[in-house]
Design a protein around this ligand. Structure first.
Ligand code: AMP
Ligand code: ZN
Length: 132
């Protein structure tokens, strides 16, 4: 399969490894934008959050928390955790991964949501989206 993250997991492409166990790999994001920007991915190829089985997703999230806790132990003061699922949400690599952005107060990093110029009725949206 032509998946860059599967190639990294197989060892065909190098990475800056942060953590590995039987099911999960964590590595630095090659973007080199925020200090410690880390990707946590399952070794099993699943395309995204919504196509993932629960067990695989749970493993990724457990490691995401462990690494985040570790970063706080090392002196970072917070983290942003982001998962993009599917192209419409900006996912570029179609192999499930969680981004960890380690943060310090005053680090000048901004994880920004750009708000479209639209207004919604919370009542109508809640009616439409409620999960029973
Ligand atoms: P996403 O938009 O959530 O799919 O993010 C994909 C991320 O993968 C981007 O932040 C890329 O910088 C990162 N990326 C792409 N190729 C590599 C690679 N070979 N090693 C590490 N990170 C990568
Ligand atoms: Zn893959």
């Amino acid at each position: 399969m032509d998946c860059i993250f599967c190639k990294i997991i197989k060892g065909d492409i190098p990475c800056y490894k942060i953590y590995e166990d039987d099911d999960v790999l964590a590595m630095l994001d090659i973007a080199n934008d925020v200090e410690g920007h880390t990707l946590v991915l399952p070794k099993k190829h699943v395309t995204d959050l919504n196509d993932s089985d629960e067990e695989t997703f749970d493993k990724v999230m457990n490691v995401t928390k462990r690494i985040s806790d570790h970063y706080l132990d090392l002196g970072f003061e917070g983290v942003n955790v982001v998962i993009n699922s599917k192209s419409a949400a900006g996912q570029e690599v179609k192999h499930l991964h969680a981004h960890i952005f380690p943060r310090r107060s005053g680090d000048e990093v901004k994880i920004q949501l750009v708000k479209p110029d639209k207004n919604f009725s919370l009542e109508e949206v809640a009616k439409k989206l409620r999960l029973n």
